[in-house]
Design a protein around this ligand. Structure first.
Ligand SMILES: [Zn+2]
Length: 66
């Protein structure tokens, strides 16, 4: 699945605050996501993140890629 910095992603697991959308605030070997409802920041290894991600909701305009 493709995602970029500042994208909103939907995770399979819902955060205790009742929200399932998170913003990607850092992309590296580890990925940092922020719960857009309560602001809680979670850091995950990329492999782990890839398993938990359900859907990517692009924040910005979609770019055409070939
Ligand atoms: Zn939350």
């Amino acid at each position: 699945m493709k995602y970029n910095l500042n994208d909103i992603v939907m995770l399979k697991k819902i955060h205790p605050c009742g929200n399932d959308k998170f913003e990607i605030i850092r992309l590296g070997i580890d990925i940092k996501i922020k719960c857009i409802r309560c602001g809680h920041v979670i850091m995950l290894p990329r492999v782990e993140f890839n398993k938990k991600i359900k859907k990517v909701i692009n924040n910005e305009n979609e770019k055409e890629e070939n």
